[in-house]
Design a protein around this ligand. Structure first.
Ligand code: FAD
Ligand code: NDP
Length: 421
């Protein structure tokens, strides 16, 4: 592979910024351009459903930015890096502009502004977009989605004490926004198609525990329930069974779609995500991809996968950036996600679909870890407020350590020692 002079990255989220930083840290001395559609200095998304919606320090930010204010900057504490960090590393930021076409043969990227950039290597990190639910968009009750800082600021305006907030989707967005809305003293109802909350992320036991926690906080959970449309005359939301749910705001969190628009239009192979190999290479020469947008061969699950979490976006981007510079090292990562709801830190690592599991800790004290076992090995863990032991569990999963269930169930058994920490 001939050396690169210019590396262009499309997408200024976590994956894009992680890739840019890694290129420099790995000794790349050429030009790095980071193109991002959003105008703000690249920011972190996890606070959008948590701190940004809850903490009063954001009140001034919310009050001073109308949704139409295009000059909005992310508050300092949610930017991924400071402006100086990019300057020091000579990472050129082209923000507020969408990349519109790739000419892979000519190694040229066209931007919506008309500007063309020539690249030696291109890294695509376009992330994902909120899946829309047009059926409920027509009517007088406002409808919110949550993916961007702008979405969060707009949403926060509605979270006033006493407001009736109806969340469509009891996934991570739904349950985190439910918790934030409760903290803002709203009346909260969650409408979820599945029969339990966060069913894509949590095993049934933890999901049920969390549902009980939300109910105790006053959240009404309507599980196995579908919404059909807005009820007439601003009455709220009509459910599939014909009943109406009063609402001042509908928040839709029914999953995401990978942003494959640019890749697809440019002829790159896409199948519910930009398809990449283990090193992050796409079907086009010298074009790589990472983050929420990609479908990749996952070593842990042994199948093609699209992951939508922070750890994956960061670590795959780091691995891909190194591969762009010639490392040819396959990306391998035990899946890991976390979610903060009220005073609970929920964490999930690896697989939880096993027949055997062991619980350590105390559910009544809201502090426990469930270890999922298969063939005598720990293959997954889900935890509530057990960040330290979760770290050790992750090591056991990565090392494919053989441990008996009886040993793990013994409260005196030292997980740290077993993990070799
Ligand atoms: P993104 O963050 O989506 O960034 C992609 C960027 O590319 C976007 O800015 C987009 O506008 C831009 N872009 C797309 N196409 C183009 C183009 N053609 N030209 C220019 N720019 C383009 N994960 C966890 O593990 N824990 C959490 O607690 C957690 N909380 C979250 C809370 C919220 C509200 C959200 C939305 C996500 C949360 N996540 C969490 C998930 C995590 O934030 C994502 O997995 C991560 O942001 C993905 O990073 P990414 O860079 O791949 O994509
Ligand atoms: P999820 O996929 O986590 O959850 C969506 C939920 O909505 C699923 O349970 C789905 O059920 C349900 N659903 C689908 N259609 C409907 C419908 N018409 N009515 C009611 N429920 C419906 O997506 P989210 O929107 O919660 O999250 C979006 C993105 O944000 C993801 O990439 C996520 O990773 C990220 N995020 C991550 C966080 C974290 O990791 N802590 C926090 C916030 C966001 P079914 O599965 O049966 O279709």
């Amino acid at each position: 592979m001939p050396p690169a002079d210019t590396i262009v990255i499309v997408g200024s989220g976590l994956a894009g910024v992680s890739a840019a930083g890694t290129l420099r840290e790995s000794g790349f001395g050429g030009r790095i351009v980071l193109v991002g559609e959003e105008p703000e200095l690249p920011y972190d998304r996890p606070p959008l459903s948590k701190g940004v919606l809850v903490h009063d320090e954001y009140a001034a930010l919310v009050a001073s930015h109308l949704p139409t204010d295009i000059a909005l900057r992310a508050p300092d504490n949610i930017t991924l890096r400071t402006a100086a960090w990019y300057e020091e590393r000579r990472i050129e930021l082209m923000l507020g502009v969408r990349a519109s076409a790739i000419d892979a043969a000519a190694h040229r990227l066209r931007l919506a502004s008309g500007l063309e950039l020539t690249y030696d290597r291109l890294i695509l990190t376009p992330g994902a977009r909120a899946r829309r639910l047009p059926a409920v968009e027509t009517g007088t009750v406002p409808v919110a989605y949550l993916r961007t800082l702008r979405d969060a600021i707009e949403l926060r305006r509605h979270l006033q004490p006493g407001r009736r907030i109806v969340l469509l989707g009891g996934g991570v967005i739904g349950m985190e926004v439910a918790a934030s809305s409760v903290l803002r003293e709203c009346q909260v109802t969650v409408v979820e198609l599945a029969t339990r909350i966060m069913s894509r992320a949590l095993p049934a036991e933890t999901s049920d525990y969390l549902a009980a926690y939300h109910r105790a906080k006053g959240v009404q959970l309507l599980l196995g329930t579908a919404a059909s449309a807005q009820a007439p005359a601003g009455a709220g939301l009509q459910l599939a069974d014909g009943t109406t749910l009063a609402a001042d705001l509908l928040v839709v969190g029914i999953g995401v779609q990978p942003d494959t628009q640019l890749a697809q239009a440019s002829g790159l192979k896409c199948e519910d995500g930009i398809v990449v190999d283990a090193c992050g290479a796409t079907s086009a020469p010298d074009v790589y991809a990472a983050g929420d947008a990609v479908r990749y061969p996952d070593a842990f699950f042994g199948r093609m996968l699209r992951s939508e979490n922070w750890m994956h976006a960061q670590n795959q981007a780091i691995a891909v950036a190194r591969n762009v510079l010639g490392a040819t090292r396959p990306y391998a990562q035990v899946p890991h996600m976390w979610s903060d709801q009220y005073d609970l830190k929920v964490q999930v690592s690896g697989r939880y679909d096993t027949a055997e599991h062991v619980r350590r800790g105390d559910v009544a004290r809201n502090k426990f870890l469930v270890l999922h076992l298969e063939g005598g090995r720990v293959v997954g863990a889900t935890g509530i407020n057990e960040a330290r032991d979760m770290k050790y569990a992750q090591r056991l999963i990565e090392a494919r350590t053989v441990i008996g269930a009886a040993q793990l169930a013994d409260p005196a058994f030292n997980l740290k020692k077993a993990a070799g920490a």
